[in-house]
Design a protein around this ligand. Structure first.
Ligand code: NAP
Length: 331
């Protein structure tokens, strides 16, 4: 059901926002959501060539770096809000700088340029896994990459000054779309290489990539200063259900599993525990702001997504007696 309108709103015309990390997986969905809603969107890119992505999503690229405050100040000029989704620099050691120092830099630039609201992107991996529904005040247990996201949230909240500089944080669940982790998972399931960690009875919480974009917009527009919001579709599923569904759609056998111990040895403690954690997560707080997922469950979104990612190879399909071949396409 579509309840979050993309229809341009005249009251938003001329309202300018800055998206940092605009060429990334989540950044693109945010640029698209704001521009479709009638905002003027500036998308910060390090590489001018990636500005094309921002333009495709309806924004205006501005060249800069989250580690360079002057470039942020320039980009933030005239903006009423900013969103931090810069992440994953080529060198792993720079991740802390981009996420945490980057947060401080954006807040410094925001303060100087009179930007009133800043949203820090984080992730639901900060929560400790548990069988009960996870809400924003549930216990956290940030490890690995989620520790860095959590530190970025905290750096942001330290600067929260309601009414003057509102700082908010967003914790999306597993955002599925053409790219990021889902590209890797779908490709591995398709080639028979994916292995579940543990028995697969742990639940993950999902959200469609473009719905995540509208959620960031809802939080920037209507969220309360100093608050954190989960972004999930409200239909958690066990990892076994999810991966079996993907396998069925791809017409391949369901993936086998590996022990947690083996996974720790292969991918490290933080990632293995994240993958095996039970995180049924609530979106009640975000729903109270009026947000609704356009794609209410992965079961509705993934079939079309897989067709987009692995389009049928027509040459093979037309061959007598040969099965359709799905080829990966990455954006
Ligand atoms: N993907 C998910 O499912 C998901 C779910 C929950 C939370 N999150 C969190 O959301 C955040 C963004 O994730 P993502 O998947 O969108 O990452 P991504 O696709 O790797 O995008 C990261 C973006 O940051 C930019 N960037 C890197 N270093 C920068 C710098 N120094 N200055 C300015 N921009 C810089 C990158 O630009 P270049 O192309 O120039 O490197 C890219 O546009 C992360 O904190 C992640 O943990 C993601």
């Amino acid at each position: 059901m579509v309840t979050t309108a993309d229809t341009p709103d005249r009251s938003r015309a001329g309202k300018r926002i800055l998206v940092v990390g605009a060429s990334g997986f989540l950044g693109r969905s945010v640029v698209r959501s704001f521009s479709r809603a009638g905002y003027e969107v500036r998308g910060l890119v390090r590489d001018p060539a990636k500005g094309v992505r921002v333009q495709e999503d309806g924004g205006t690229p501005v060249v800069g770096d989250v580690l360079n405050v002057r470039s942020l100040e320039k980009a933030a000029s005239g903006c009423f809000g900013a969103i931090h989704l810069a992440a994953n620099p080529p060198s792993e050691s720079d991740t802390v700088r981009v996420r945490v120092e980057g947060t401080r830099n954006i807040l410094e630039a925001a303060g100087r340029r009179g930007v009133g609201r800043v949203v820090i992107g984080s992730g639901y991996w900060v929560y400790r896994g548990r069988p009960e529904l996870i809400r924003e005040n549930s216990p956290v247990d940030p490890r690995g990459e989620s520790r860095i996201n959590y530190d970025a949230e905290r750096a942001g909240m330290e600067a929260n000054s309601p009414g003057e500089l509102d700082v908010l944080a967003v914790r999306p669940g597993m955002v599925y779309g053409n790219g990021s982790w889902f590209q890797d998972v779908a490709t591995a399931i398709r080639s028979g290489k994916y292995r579940l960690v543990g028995d697969g009875r742990n639940r993950w919480s999902f959200v469609d990539r473009w719905d995540a974009g509208t959620a960031f917009r809802t939080v920037l527009e209507s969220g309360k200063a100093g608050e954190v919001y989960n972004v999930v579709d409200g239909h958690p599923a066990t990892l076994r259900e999810f991966t079996d569904f993907v396998a069925t759609e791809l017409e391949v056998p369901p993936p086998v599993s590996m022990t947690l111990e083996a996974a720790v040895g292969e991918m490290g403690d933080a990632v293995a525990h994240h993958l095996a954690a039970d995180r049924p997560t609530s979106n009640d707080k975000l729903s109270q702001l009026g947000w609704r997922a356009r794609v209410s469950s992965y079961r509705d979104g993934i079939p079309d997504l897989l067709r987009e990612m692995f389009p049928l190879d027509r040459r093979t399909r037309s061959g007598v007696g040969s099965a359709p071949v799905l080829r990966p396409v990455r954006r």
